[in-house]
Design a binder for this molecule. Structure first.
Ligand code: E4P
Length: 217
């Protein structure tokens, strides 16, 4: 399972990278705004900085909602660095743009996916990644994990190569459950990733080992 961090915060990206488990980064316009990154030139520079920090894929989302605009923006983003994955919304023109980019060998991430049907369309359009938003489904009392299960079944039935990128991951159990269901990738905050480290028996066990070592030395 690949681990992406879902942030535009450079310090958090560095911290996850230093842990040695990071496979990539996802961003979106809200995450950029949260870091105060506004204006085209600053956004472009920020993507370049992120690409310099990590080795893997970096999803960069288009703002346009029409095919021509998405193609223009996506091509400019893809030209920044081979690590860039063009992130496209799951709307009609987004699907068309996904097909356009995939036929040119440019990596894509179809985002804002909330149903198995949308995920099927993304795969048909040759998406590199599909991003089902599990946390946002949970927010409206719908089982986000069930969507991962459905997409896994459909993709396996037909051998689609599109990778299931579980997005809107909010906590550590989301990561574990996505791993159980066979999501190819998860993208989440640093807090959820670091949550995987924690167990009280590890802490108490280590404290005992260190105390016993001190007794004998
Ligand atoms: C996905 O790529 C999105 O950036 C993200 O996972 C959305 O998460 P949220 O629902 O916590 O905003």
């Amino acid at each position: 399972m690949k681990f992406f961090i879902d942030t535009a915060n450079l310090e958090q990206i560095k911290e996850a990278q230093a842990l040695g488990i990071l496979d990539g980064v996802t961003t979106n316009p809200s995450l950029m705004a949260k870091e105060g990154i506004t204006g085209e030139a600053n956004i472009i520079n920020h993507y370049k900085e992120i690409c310099n920090l990590v080795e893997g894929d970096v999803s960069a989302e288009v703002i346009s909602t029409d095919f021509d605009g998405m193609v223009k923006e996506g091509e400019a983003l893809a030209a920044l660095n081979p690590q860039i994955v063009v992130k496209l919304p799951m709307i009609k023109d987004g699907v068309k743009a996904c097909k356009y980019f995939s036929s040119k060998g440019i990596k894509t991430n179809v985002t804002l996916v909330f149903s198995a049907g949308q995920a099927l369309l993304a795969a048909k359009a040759g998406a590199t990644y599909v991003s089902p938003f599990i946390g946002r489904l949970d927010d409206i009392s719908t089982d986000g994990m069930n969507l991962i299960k459905e997409i896994r079944l459909i993709y396996d039935n037909y051998g689609f190569e599109t990778e299931i990128l579980a997005a809107s991951v909010r906590n550590t159990m989301h990561i574990i459950n996505c791993a159980k269901l066979g999501a190819d990738v998860m993208t989440g905050p640093l807090s959820a990733i670091e949550g995987l480290l924690k167990h009280p028996l590890t802490d108490s066990g280590l404290a005992t080992f260190l105390a016993d070592y001190k007794k004998g030395n």
